[in-house]
Design a protein around this ligand. Structure first.
Ligand SMILES: Nc1nc2c(ncn2[C@@H]2O[C@H](COP(=O)(O)OP(=O)(O)OP(=O)(O)O)[C@@H](O)[C@H]2O)c(=O)[nH]1
Ligand SMILES: [Mg+2]
Length: 454
């Protein structure tokens, strides 16, 4: 057998050894200690472990020999070189293992895309979402949806094939209710898509505010290094600075921006325009203000005046405000600031000092909770059950399916025959996501970005 011969060539039995080394034929799904040798020269290249996966119960559904060797570059390249000398052996193309598994029907396209995302996952949430797709939860949700559409199609076709008298009353009304429910489920997933996008590309969080309030100090606090220049000169930051980090398990692209103020300085003005643009494009913005500059004490009561020009730039109601430099206030005033903050109409506000670290722990904890609740649909409670569409290809086909279902609803009271076509197209759109229909044209695009060895 060619297969067994090939398996034995790089890992021949060790003479004089009592350990069980690759018997002929090898027992599947068992690890064997082995010496990996060059079949031409007989040179031992490394010592490791070999395991034989017998098809079809293997990842690709084919027979697979897996070698576990030391990871040094020289070891790996000498072994790959030796294997390439064997007949029938060559290096796999990027994504070839997954592509073979897909061709063998071991996975659908959503699982393939899940593997790609899992390999590239940089944060906890990305890992979770990708794993869900890999485990087939996206596929299951879609196939249930497609089955339901096909069921509706079946009822409509029955209406067409048999005369009204032979059919129970209210069949069409029932189909209408069912298609409405299908549309609702699709819409729900599409609204999750935006949040899914954030998990894939990172939540854009922009820090903004007047000059010299501590925006860059906050940026450095998140980065845990001196990523931005901090000085006591107002207008220090000119350009937009960005770093990628993780807050509460969510991927975040954090931006530090120039302090917003009226200025005649040409360079600073450009920086402020860039800041405004970055704030507009942000998913969420965090306004930093200096407490001594915004508080007013009247009759012993502390008031906070939010700067109007900033409020005009971006609504405070939909943003978060960080009152910094709390250490510069007298202790009594600092305590009363909390009550004044509660009166503000903002979604979240904190009084902290980036210099002393006061209040920073609570701020981070609360910010994490807010971000998780707002953007992470995979919360701790429902992460197992919730399906998430986090892929532009999926959402495009879902949107198309939704349009076809809408077209069905608009026409089903007239020509049922034409309306049935719309349902057929809707089912096809769903089938395109999992790869059941029209798969060839998308395969190359999907596998193009895969790494070698997967
Ligand atoms: N007392 C005190 N000073 C602070 C605090 N946070 C920052 N600073 C100081 O405030 C000054 C300005 O800090 P930056 O972080 O550069 O402020 P910025 O908002 O980025 O300033 P621009 O880039 O000019 O808009 C620096 O001297 C910081 O050391 C704080 O909590 N308390
Ligand atoms: Mg700055």
């Amino acid at each position: 057998m060619v297969r067994t011969k090939i398996i034995r060539k790089p890992v021949p039995p060790q003479r004089g050894s009592s350990s069980p080394t690759s018997p002929l034929p090898p027992h599947p799904w068992q690890f064997y200690r082995c010496r990996v040798v060059h079949s031409g020269t007989g040179e031992v290249l490394d010592e490791g472990l070999a395991v034989f996966f017998k098809g079809p119960r293997s990842f690709t559904a084919e027979d697979v020999l897996e070698l576990h060797v030391h990871s040094g570059r020289a070891v790996v390249s000498s072994i790959l070189g030796a294997l390439a000398c064997l007949p029938y052996c060559r290096l796999a193309e990027p994504g070839e293992f997954t592509r073979r598994a897909f061709s063998a029907g071991h996975m659908d396209l959503t699982q393939v895309e899940g593997i790609h995302d899992l390999i590239n996952a940089e944060t906890e949430s990305q890992r979770r979402v990708a794993l869900q797709a890999t485990a087939g939860q996206v596929r299951d949700w879609l196939s249930e949806l497609r089955t339901d559409i096909i069921k509706c199609l079946g009822y409509v076709e029955a209406l067409i094939d048999f005369s009204e008298e032979d059919i129970e009353d209210g069949i069409l009304d029932d189909v209408k209710l069912r298609t409405d429910d299908i549309s609702r489920r699709i819409r729900e997933q599409l609204s999750n898509f935006k949040r899914g996008e954030i998990m894939r590309s990172g939540l854009r969080l922009a820090i903004f505010g007047p000059p010299n309030v501590g925006k860059s100090s906050l940026f450095n606090f998140f980065a845990q290094r001196e990523a931005a220049i901090v000085t006591n000169v107002p207008g220090t930051t000119r350009d937009v600075l960005e770093i990628s980090l993780e807050i509460g398990g969510l991927p975040v692209v954090l931006a530090d921006t120039a302090g917003i103020r009226e200025t005649d300085d040409v360079v600073e003005r450009i920086g402020i325009e860039r800041a405004a643009d970055r704030i507009d494009r942000a998913d969420l913005s965090l306004c930093v203000l200096s407490l001594p500059e915004v508080i007013r004490v009247e009759g012993g009561v502390v008031h906070i005046d939010l700067p109007k020009e900033l409020a005009g730039k971006t609504s405070f109601k939909h943003n978060y405000v960080l009152f910094n430099k709390r250490d510069l206030l007298p202790a009594k005033v600092a305590d009363e600031v909390v009550a004044a903050i509660e009166k503000l109409e903002v979604e979240g506000a904190w009084a902290i000092s980036l210099n002393t670290g006061e209040g920073t722990k609570g701020f981070i904890q609360e910010l994490e909770t807010i971000l998780r609740a707002r953007y992470n649909v995979m919360s701790e409670d429902n992460k197992e059950s919730q399906v998430l569409i986090g892929n532009a290809r999926h959402s495009t086909h879902l949107e198309t399916a939704l349009e076809f279902i809408k077209a069905f609803r608009d026409t089903c009271d007239g020509d049922v025959m034409l309306a049935a076509e719309e349902l057929r197209y809707a089912a096809q759109s769903i089938g395109k996501i999992t790869g059941e229909i029209g798969v060839e044209d998308v395969l190359d695009v999907i596998f193009r970005d895969f790494c070698i060895g997967k």
